[in-house]
Ligand binder design. Structure first.
Ligand code: ZN
Length: 260
């Protein structure tokens, strides 16, 4: 295993001047500011740009206090390649989803309260807001009565349940979201939690109207990475000490529709 600060001289190519640990740290800080901590559990992973494996959060720090030395590099079987920490128990959730989904660059697994509560209620998610539009086709539910996703078999079962979706409820546990980048995977987690919170509020106010339970394509404008990244940029600016700094979405798509 090599130290992370030695990587630039041990295989990083010219285009890899940005170590991927920085994106994960930023994503963790966004999740920490969005009430996704539990208090130290949960992780973000992303593919290594050089194809050496998967970077992911390890260790016992909360999302809001994660630093570069909490991020490790593992191979597809979970063997550590760089960093000083051991992989988290649930690394197979990440390795198996990234194995199954070649379109995915990053995986988030966390335990946000409203998503856990809504999933436990047995209700399906009704995506009746702009920020929930990307979930209009449904969020699968992984309902096997297991604790941690800590084997390759369980990780593969979660990946199969996820299918081509961008999010999944681990019922009685938490959520999984995916994206082309750390930024989009994190935004899917943030917006899924918001959608669940809105549904809990609507339910408390008398229930979701039938017309809003199946919104169809009303929010199709909210499905692009560019749409997500506008909110990502804002949330990164809200991290204490980060205003005006690189927001980590440089390599992601830009442009797209204006408006909300
Ligand atoms: Zn978990």
């Amino acid at each position: 295993m090599v130290a992370i600060d030695e990587l630039s001289s041990t295989g990083m190519t010219a285009q890899d001047t940005r170590l991927p640990t920085g994106d994960i740290v930023t994503g963790c800080h966004v999740l920490g500011s969005a009430d996704h901590g539990d208090p130290v559990w949960g992780h973000i992973s992303r593919r290594d740009p050089g194809g050496r494996g998967i970077w992911l959060k390890a260790g016992g720090r909360g999302f809001d206090e994660v630093a570069e030395d909490d991020i490790i590099l593992i191979d597809s079987e979970g063997s550590p390649l760089a960093g000083s920490l051991s992989p988290p128990f649930e690394y197979p959730l990440h390795t198996e989803i990234l194995r199954a989904r070649t379109d995915v660059g990053s995986v988030v697994h966390c335990h946000p309260p409203c998503a856990i509560a809504l999933a436990a209620s047995g209700q399906s998610l009704h995506a009746f807001s702009n920020s929930a539009g990307m979930f209009a086709t449904g969020v699968p539910r992984f309902e096997r009565a297991v604790g941690l996703i800590n084997t390759a078999e369980l990780g593969a079962a979660v990946a199969e349940c996820l299918g081509s979706s961008r999010a999944l409820f681990l019922v009685g546990h938490g959520i999984v979201t995916v994206g082309s980048s750390v930024a989009t995977a994190v935004m899917n987690a943030v917006l899924l939690e918001r959608a669940c919170r809105l549904q809990i509020l609507a339910t408390a106010a008398g229930g979701v109207a039938v017309a809003m339970q199946q919104p169809g394509r009303r929010y199709a404008h909210a499905e692009s990475d560019a749409y997500l990244l506008r909110s990502w940029d804002y949330l990164v600016r809200q991290i204490p000490g980060r205003q005006g700094h690189d927001n980590g979405s440089r390599a992601a798509p830009s442009g797209g529709p204006s408006g909300d």
